[in-house]
Design a protein around this ligand. Structure first.
Ligand code: NAD
Ligand code: UDP
Length: 323
């Protein structure tokens, strides 16, 4: 059954996940206000959405207060790639602390439900594997990743306090590495880097010895999980959303070379500071609460993503030739 049309604010809506979420909400018939400062987002991701009369865009930084008449807020504003969030670490903290406070205040004023795009980085370099929601994590508060990890941890704390103090209806998803079409070509995350490098027959930049692991979720699976969580009547506590198909980064590099038919060599670079050694979600809570489980295998998701990057790279080449 189609849900009644709501007024929904999506912060970070011109980013990778935000744009997928805006599209899903518009398709469901909702009125979507996309707010983004365009730090890692781009208008090209959302330009098609203006075909929906129910879509609007506001260039705004959430570290500044915001007024809007809304029923629901999805807070996705924050650069997610380590390369991007470390460019201006203080602003990353402000986004997660001041920005989150501004949105929680808006939710409180308007009696709206609010969703937080939290992260597996809450668990830091985990000493427990796979990671379950009751694990408190192992985060270096002084390292280069702390602006993001600690910022996101404070954001969760603020969400819980606004719920306890003021009864704001909250939802928190701890999102594990997600990939798919519409990732930025030069976003800096591993899947976009490896695919672009492979398609250009350039060396694949493997950090460390490649034994570190991640578990990658295809974007459509993730968006389905987020929507289920937001609509669930009782999902106040954080929920892991991710695909537990764990791979080493070495195996990921080899799979991408295989799927692209690339002759690129793999070249090792130093492992960045505090790079988590192991990461894989335990999604038993999401399965039980939401009946959600990702269905796209890494191979199928990568093939769809490679197809998207092939088209994007040829378009980028055409426009470079014309300019
Ligand atoms: P992204 O960098 O593509 O998108 C983030 C968006 O937020 C961009 O459009 C950016 O311009 C905008 N933004 C950043 N700071 C802002 C600010 N102060 N005010 C307004 N807009 C701002 O990243 P993504 O992969 O789409 O991630 C979206 C959210 O999901 C982030 O909050 C991220 O922490 C979270 N997340 C993503 C992943 C993943 O694997 N993609 C994993 C865990 C958590
Ligand atoms: N990585 C890599 N080469 C790259 C980019 C990343 O080997 O060009 C590694 C990185 O060190 C990490 C993993 O891939 O171990 C995932 O990195 P990403 O930046 O995508 O996300 P993270 O999970 O670290 O936030």
């Amino acid at each position: 059954m189609k849900s009644a049309s709501k007024k929904i604010l999506v912060t970070g809506g011109a980013g990778f996940l935000g744009a997928h979420l805006c599209r899903a909400l518009l398709t469901q018939g909702h009125e979507v206000r996309c707010v983004d400062n365009l730090f890692t987002g781009s208008l090209s991701r959302v330009e098609d959405f203006f075909a929906f009369k129910t879509f609007s865009f506001l260039q705004h930084d959430i570290t500044h207060p915001l007024e809007a008449s809304v029923d629901q807020i999805f807070n996705l504003a924050c650069p997610a790639s380590p390369v991007q969030y470390q460019k201006d670490p203080v602003h990353t903290i402000k986004t997660n602390v001041l920005g989150t406070l501004n949105l929680l205040d808006l939710a409180r004023r308007t009696s709206s439900q609010i969703f937080q795009a939290s992260t597996s980085e809450i668990y830091g370099d985990p000493q427990v594997h796979p990671q379950k929601e009751d694990y408190y994590g192992y985060v270096n508060p002084l390292g280069r990743r702390a602006c993001y990890d600690e910022g996101k941890r404070v954001a969760e704390t603020l969400f819980m306090e606004y719920h306890r103090l003021y009864g704001v209806p909250i939802r928190i998803a701890r999102i594990f590495n997600t990939y798919g079409p519409h990732m930025h070509l030069h976003d800096g995350r591993v899947i976009s880097n490896f695919i672009v490098q492979a398609l250009k027959n350039a060396p694949l930049t493997l950090y460390g010895d490649g034994t570190q692991t991640r578990a990658f979720c295809y974007v459509e699976d993730l968006i389905a999980g987020i929507l289920l969580l937001m609509e669930h009547p009782a999902g106040v506590m954080p929920v892991n959303l991710g695909n537990p198909e764990e791979v080493t980064i070495q195996a990921l590099a080899e799979l991408i070379l295989d799927l692209t038919g690339s002759s690129s060599p793999i070249v090792h670079h130093p492992l960045p500071e505090d790079d988590p050694h192991l990461r894989c979600p335990d999604i038993s809570y999401a399965k039980k609460l939401l009946g959600w489980t990702p269905t796209t295998t890494l191979k199928v998701g990568l093939l769809k993503t490679i197809e998207y990057f092939e088209k994007s790279l040829s378009l980028a080449e055409v426009s470079a030739t014309l300019s």
